[in-house]
Design a protein around this ligand. Sequence first.
Ligand SMILES: [Zn+2]
Ligand SMILES: [Zn+2]
Length: 270
Amino acid sequence: MDLLKIITSTDRYNFHSHTQFCDGRDTVASIAAAAVASGFEHFGFSPHSPVPIQSPCNMSAESVGAFRAEVNAANEMAHGSTTKFYAGMEIDFLGKEWGPHTAYFTDLNLDYSIGSVHFIRNRRGEYVDIDGKFDSFRSKMADKFDNDIRYVVNEYYRASAEMLSLGGFDILGHMDKIGQNASYYSPGIEDEGWYIDLIEDYIAQVIASSKIVEINTKARVEHGRFFPGERYWKRLVEAGVPLMINSDAHYADKVDASRCEALSILSRLK
Ligand SMILES: [Zn+2]
Ligand SMILES: [Zn+2]
């Protein structure tokens, strides 16, 4: 499939969604029905990938076949409508040993893939999920990271840069996601010089990578931000980075959430 062609020819797409196969709250069938009702032309399912560590949010390797069968069934259900469904994955990058570039994923021949960082290693070498609710993040800061927010932010962007250089995926997922929990933990952190240096270096690498970068709208209503944050959009647009607006929906009624707002902000920058 040609993602670039799709996103430059229509706004009625979404390539980031979660279902019962991972931590989504609705089924493939009900999200597919919502996508048809919302008039999407292209709609991708992107379960959190299998990972070789304990994680209640990720799909199991055993369920990959069933997932693909359900996406096929969604295409049959939508036959005659204008919606086409795709079986993708939001692949977790854990390091050189496990990520979008490793054989397990490249051999799956998915329709497309998103590369995302949700887990980083702490100083004891344990993988810790730094995504999710702030309450949980705050306790992990104490229990897992010795309250060293700078370590966490550094490690997030270091892992992101490593993922980008190893490649193997089509879409860069929520590139500054750590900014949300880090900002709740330490308000104003994104305006601090060291953070700015870190993200500016990373953005330069993103631009050089020629990857499609998603603008993730999932947290817009609840947390008032997009990923990447709006403050970085102009630079990405000016550098000619292809931007894709994704809702990262975990519920059927959120398939199109805040995409319209993102599209209109973006159109003013172009
Ligand atoms: Zn994600
Ligand atoms: Zn997601």
